[in-house]
Design a binder for this molecule. Structure first.
Ligand code: HEM
Length: 299
C-alpha cells in the first residue's frame, strides 16, 4: 500500500473524508524549529529579581537542572512499567548519563557566578531554596522504597505498619526544617509540603510495588542479576546520592563558607551537616553493598 492508499484507508476507517485532510495538509504552513522547540517561551522564563547580572545564570542553571531531571524521570517512569532486563540495560545508562551531565556541569554554579553578586541577590530569595525542588524527591521515589528515605537510626524506632502518609513525617529531608522535639516546621519546609506533599504521597503509593529496588529484587530472585546490571544500579545510586550531593555541597562551601564562617542558607537548614551524604545516608539499593561500603557511605 502506498501513502496515498494508507491515508484513504485511515480516514475512511474513522468515517472521515480523506480529501478534507489532504486539503488541510496542502494549506498548512511548514513547521519551524522555534515553534516546535518553543524557543521564545524557553528564553522568556529567566526573570531575575535584582539587577545583579549573575542572577540570570543562577536561574538559568536551575532550570537546566529541572529539565535534565525531567528527562531522567521520563526514563525512570518507563522502567517502573517494565520487567524486561534488556530495557534496564538500555535505560539505566541513559539515566546515569543525565546524572553525569548534572555532576560535571555543576561548575557553572561553583565558578560561573561572581561571589559578591551571589551573596547579595541570594538574600532576596528567602525562604525559597533548592530544597523545594520536588523532582529530586520524585527521582528518589522511582528508585527506592519510602523506608529507605528514612535514616536508619529513626527507621529502627518506628512501628512496622506505618501508613505512607505517616512515613513522610520521618523522611530524611524533614531534618532540613523540622524540629523533631516540638514538631515545628520551617517556612521553607511547610510551604513545600503544602504545595507537593499530596503528589509525593500519590507517587509513593503508585511506586510502592514498582520502584527500581523492587525490580532489582525480582531480578535477583529469578537469577537474572548479572555483574553489568549490578554495576549500573550501583553507579546510579552513588551518582545521585554521593557525587551530586558532594559537588553541590562544595559549591555551598564556596559561597556560604564553613565552620565559624558559615552563612545562613535561604532555606534555613544547618546545611553543612544536613547536606553531607554521610549524614543523610540515602541509599537506594543497600543489598548491593558490603558492610564496609555501607559504613563508609559518602566518606
Ligand atoms: C550557588 C549555588 C547553590 C548553593 C550555594 C546552594 C545551597 C544550598 C543549601 C545551603 C541547601 C540546604 C537547604 C537550605 O537551607 O536552603 C540546599 C539544598 C538543596 N539545593 Fe542547593 N544550592 C545551590 C544550587 C543548587 C542547584 C543549581 C540546584 C538544582 C536544582 C540545587 C538543588 C538543591 C536541592 C535538591 C537541595 C536539597 C538537598 C537535600 O535535601 O539533600 N541547589 N542548597
Amino acid at each position: 500500500m502506498n501513502w496515498h492508499e494508507k491515508i484513504q484507508e485511515k480516514y475512511q476507517q474513522l468515517g472521515q473524508d480523506p480529501n478534507t485532510y489532504l486539503a488541510g495538509l496542502y494549506h498548512s504552513k511548514p513547521i519551524n524549529y522555534w515553534d516546535y522547540i518553543e524557543v521564545d517561551t524557553l528564553l522568556s522564563l529567566q526573570k531575575p529579581r535584582t539587577n545583579f547580572p549573575d542572577e540570570f545564570i543562577f536561574i538559568g542553571y536551575h532550570q537546566i537542572t529541572e529539565i535534565v531531571l525531567r528527562l531522567a524521570i521520563h526514563e525512570l517512569e518507563q522502567l517502573t512499567e517494565t520487567q524486561e532486563i534488556q530495557v534496564f540495560l538500555l535505560k539505566l545508562p541513559r539515566i546515569i548519563q543525565y546524572l553525569d551531565l548534572l555532576i560535571s556541569s555543576f561548575t557553572v554554579m561553583n565558578q560561573g557566578m561572581d561571589y559578591e553578586q551571589y551573596n547579595q541577590f541570594r538574600l532576596t530569595l528567602a525562604p525559597a531554596s533548592g530544597f523545594q525542588s520536588v523532582q529530586f524527591r520524585y527521582f528518589e521515589l522511582y528508585c527506592t522504597d519510602l523506608e529507605q528515605l528514612i535514616h536508619e537510626e529513626i527507621r529502627k524506632t518506628l512501628p512496622k505498619n506505618l501508613k505512607i502518609e505517616e512515613m513522610f513525617e520521618y523522611v530524611y529531608w524533614q531534618a532540613a526544617g523540622k524540629d523533631f522535639k516540638t514538631g515545628k516546621k520551617s517556612l521553607t519546609l511547610s510551604l513545600f509540603e503544602e504545595k507537593y506533599l499530596k503528589n509525593l504521597i500519590n507517587l509513593a503509593y503508585r511506586n510502592q510495588h514498582n520502584n527500581l529496588r523492587k525490580r532489582l529484587k525480582e531480578f535477583e530472585k529469578n537469577g537474572l542479576l548479572n555483574e553489568e546490571l549490578i554495576s549500573l544500579f550501583k553507579s546510579l545510586d552513588k551518582k545521585f546520592n554521593i557525587d551530586w550531593p558532594m559537588v553541590h555541597l562544595q559549591t555551598a562551601h564556596t559561597y556560604l563558607g564553613s565552620g565559624k564562617e558559615e552563612k545562613a542558607a535561604t532555606g534555613g537548614s544547618h546545611w553543612e551537616k544536613y547536606l553531607h551524604p554521610k549524614h543523610q545516608t540515602r541509599i537506594f539499593f543497600p543489598e548491593l553493598y558490603s558492610e564496609t561500603e555501607l559504613r563508609n557511605w559518602g566518606e
